[in-house]
Write a protein that binds this ligand. Structure first.
Ligand code: GDP
Ligand code: IMO
Ligand code: MG
Length: 427
């Protein structure tokens, strides 16, 4: 059996969590392969919105096992809080018993969010607009080979080594002038979360996932963030610090590229971005405010207003290419309804010349999007049960998108709830 992968195709928040929650009944395992608590995957469970940051989006389906893979950076305090919140919401979900944690995943030490904040706020460093979760310091220390990993918590020397690293970094932060809690308090909170971590299944997830695939089990790799935020292939330096693209699922979970099946790519019917960086189709002013409010475009994780704009075909083509997307999922078409026309960016004009591809190195000032006007659509998306009920003009928009990026749209999300989605018979 092969592993399917789901990734975001834009700058995050495409509705990945909602889609996974919808399809995970078809999977035995859902596995996060990158990022950390910078993700915010919203799912409606019993009419309540829950935002998952570290936990995989299979947690609400009782028969699905959830894996936090090696490519993830784990903040134990955040994980403990998230699990406790879910237990309070519905203890019968037994989330903590259906979770497998990679022994090789790296820890987000308690000093990292302070370094993240320092770099973000200091005028000598570039402001990226991070989530301030300490993601970049965690991956940086991993690459420097200075970091501690989840599986090390059992070693007798772990508390001593942890204390030494944290104390050293604490002094560094003090010298940088950061406001900090007492070192004893920082350590006590972290060590209590480490004790909680020890109550979970910390295993060699590579072995487990590969064995599951061998036994014919169905595995879905859940991407966090999205293609345009990939550390290598995104709009560097305004990116996150992990490989968010489909290839990241192989390295993040230790599954061979030979064993990959479908690659689902999720896109909104328009575009959003949180944080700094290029966004060619960005809207500003009243039009942006209206779309932001109608779409509820405020960060699931940080509550920041999201930047909003029209669908960007060259950027999507790039994302489809670097991921090898085999099926597209389009969300939030309902938010664009009741417009006379919907612009869609088909190419750019760069220094007076037409350009059909997205160049991640291009400067914002150089790029002018060229729009094609698509007919707008009306209708109550909550009533849609199948393709025949989708407004014709919206279907035309979807067909146009398919033609442009040369991949079939196989699912349309029609609202935020689990059942608000239809499958399009295209294959
Ligand atoms: P993720 O990070 O990709 O999982 O996406 P987020 O959860 O951060 O943001 C997507 C937002 O859109 C969430 O508030 C979802 O509940 C909501 N959502 C997802 N699909 C749809 C849809 O088709 N229509 C509407 N109106 N909302 C949606
Ligand atoms: P999900 O999984 C949207 C953005 C931040 C910032 C940049 C770097 O919910 O789609 P980081 O904290 O990772 O160092 O921030 O990446 N970012 C996201 N934007 N959705 C996310 O996750 C994001 N995770 C990080 O806003 O611009
Ligand atoms: Mg999100």
């Amino acid at each position: 059996m092969s592993m399917d992968i789901l990734v975001g195709l834009q700058w995050g928040d495409e509705g990945k969590g909602k889609f996974i929650d919808h399809i995970c009944s078809q999977y035995d395992l859902v596995a996060r392969f990158n990022g950390g608590a910078n993700a915010g995957h919203s799912i409606y469970y019993n009419n309540q919105k829950v935002t998952l940051k570290l936990l995989p989006s299979g947690v609400f389906y009782p028969n699905t096992l959830n894996v936090i893979g090696t490519g993830v950076v784990v903040n134990p305090i955040q994980l403990k809080q998230e699990i406790e919140q879910l237990i309070a919401l519905d203890a019968s979900l037994a989330v903590e018993k259906r979770l497998l944690l990679s022994a090789k995943a790296h820890l987000v030490l308690p000093t990292y969010p302070y370094f993240d904040r320092y770099y973000e706020e200091h005028p000598q460093f570039r402001t990226i607009g991070t989530t301030k979760n300490g993601i970049a310091p965690a991956y940086a220390n991993k690459i420097l080979r200075h970091n501690l990993r989840v599986g090390e918590v059992y070693r007798a020397a772990f508390p001593i080594e942890l204390q030494a690293i944290v104390a050293r970094q604490y002094i560094e932060l003090q010298q940088l002038g950061c406001e900090l809690p007492l070192l004893e308090d920082m350590m006590a909170e972290f060590l209590s979360a480490i004790e909680f971590l020890k109550s979970l299944a910390i295993i060699d997830t590579e072995l487990y996932v590969n064995q599951a695939l061998k036994e014919g089990k169905k595995v879905l790799a859940e991407g966090a963030q999205a293609t345009m935020l990939d550390i290598d292939h995104g709009t560097y330096p305004y990116v996150t610090s992990s490989n968010t693209i489909a290839g990241g699922a192989c390295t993040g979970l230790g599954v061979s590229p030979k064993n990959i099946g479908e690659i689902f790519g999720v896109t909104k019917a328009y575009t959003t971005r949180v944080g700094e960086g290029i966004f060619p189709t960005e809207l500003v002013g009243v039009e942006a405010d209206e779309l932001r409010i109608k779409g509820g475009e405020f960060g699931s994780n940080t509550k920041r207003p999201r930047r909003v704009g029209w669908l960007d075909i060259p950027a999507l083509k790039y994302a489809v290419m670097v991921n090898g997307v085999t099926q597209l999922i389009v969300t939030k078409g309902d938010i664009l309804s009741d417009r006379e026309e919907v612009p869609i960016c088909i190419q750019y004009e760069v220094n007076g010349k037409k350009q059909a591809y997205f160049d991640v190195n291009q400067q914002e000032e150089d790029i002018q999007p060229v729009y094609q006007m698509m007919q707008g659509w009306r209708g109550d998306f909550t009533l849609i049960q199948d393709e025949s009920q989708v407004p014709t003009a919206f279907l035309a928009y979807i067909h146009f998108l398919e033609q442009q990026v040369e991949v079939a749209v196989t699912y349309l999300s029609t609202g935020p709830n689990r059942e608000e989605i239809i499958e399009l018979k295209r294959k």
